[in-house]
Design a protein around this ligand. Structure first.
Ligand SMILES: *[C@@H]1O[C@H](CO)[C@@H](O)[C@H](O)[C@H]1NC(C)=O
Ligand SMILES: *[C@@H]1O[C@H](CO)[C@@H](O)[C@H](O)[C@H]1NC(C)=O
Ligand SMILES: *[C@@H]1O[C@H](CO)[C@@H](O)[C@H](O)[C@H]1NC(C)=O
Length: 202
């Protein structure tokens, strides 16, 4: 019957059109899921770990002067920082910075060389930090009691910003951050204790 076939034709077309749209939507959804899984796994940057490999003290043991009570202090810390890139992709980092703190006051800083750390590789960065005693004018009493006590505790804060590059074009920002506490003893001028925490902001 011609009437029936006339009615069926648009319905069939509508149905195959719906199927095509569903297939396309499903494929888009599938691509989205695959991209999401890749973003959350393979292309998710892991935090570069930083730690202090070694710390040496250059300088002479501090002395307290009289009658004008002042601490003569000339200490430089030689620090070697290890940056471990845990990614299966290279980590290119800019110039990092290390701050030296005493009782929460910044008493020195140093820049770290920029560089490129290959996938799953390490880089060691040298760093020389001089403790500037003049920055401590307000905190002399604590420093004097530390010098008398035979050790001072300083803190370092290292920040190394960079980029992890996946497949040569997917770039993700990553910042390696570490904080260390170092205890320097007198008069032997040795680092007696060191305690580091590594963290990263992605
Ligand atoms: C600090 O000590 C170094 C040697 O360790 C010396 O070369 C430098 O002149 C001293 N600086 C001051 C300000 O005393
Ligand atoms: C500290 O580093 C400087 C150069 O980076 C080096 O000449 C000096 O010998 C080092 N001192 C110590 C105690 O490692
Ligand atoms: C990188 O440094 C970490 C921590 O010091 C060490 O465990 C690892 O073996 C090093 N990896 C390479 C490739 O040297």
């Amino acid at each position: 019957m011609p009437e029936n076939s006339n009615h069926n034709q648009p319905n069939k077309r509508k149905r195959s059109c719906l199927i095509a749209i569903s297939v396309i939507l499903f494929l888009i959804f599938l691509l989205f899921i695959i991209a999401l899984i890749l973003a959350l796994t393979v292309f998710k940057p892991k935090q570069p770990k930083t730690e202090i490999l070694s710390a040496f003290v250059d300088g002479v043991a501090p002395r307290i002067t009289f009658p004008a009570v002042w601490v003569e202090l000339n200490i430089t810390l030689n620090i070697t920082i290890n940056v471990e890139n845990q990614n299966h992709a290279s980590f290119r980092h800019g110039e990092g910075k290390t701050l030296l703190l005493y009782q929460g006051t910044q008493v020195g800083n140093a820049n770290l060389y920029p560089g490129n750390i290959p996938a799953r590789g390490n880089a060691t960065l040298p760093c020389r930090l001089t403790l500037q005693v003049d920055k401590l004018a307000n905190d002399m009493s604590k420093l004097i009691s530390d010098v008398v006590g035979g050790e001072i505790m300083v803190e370092t804060k290292t920040r190394i910003p960079g980029r992890v590059t996946f497949l040569g074009f997917i770039k993700k920002h990553a910042v390696a951050i570490s904080e260390c506490q170092l205890t320097i003893g007198f008069p032997d001028m040795k680092v007696k204790r060191q305690d580091c925490k590594s963290k990263a902001k992605l």
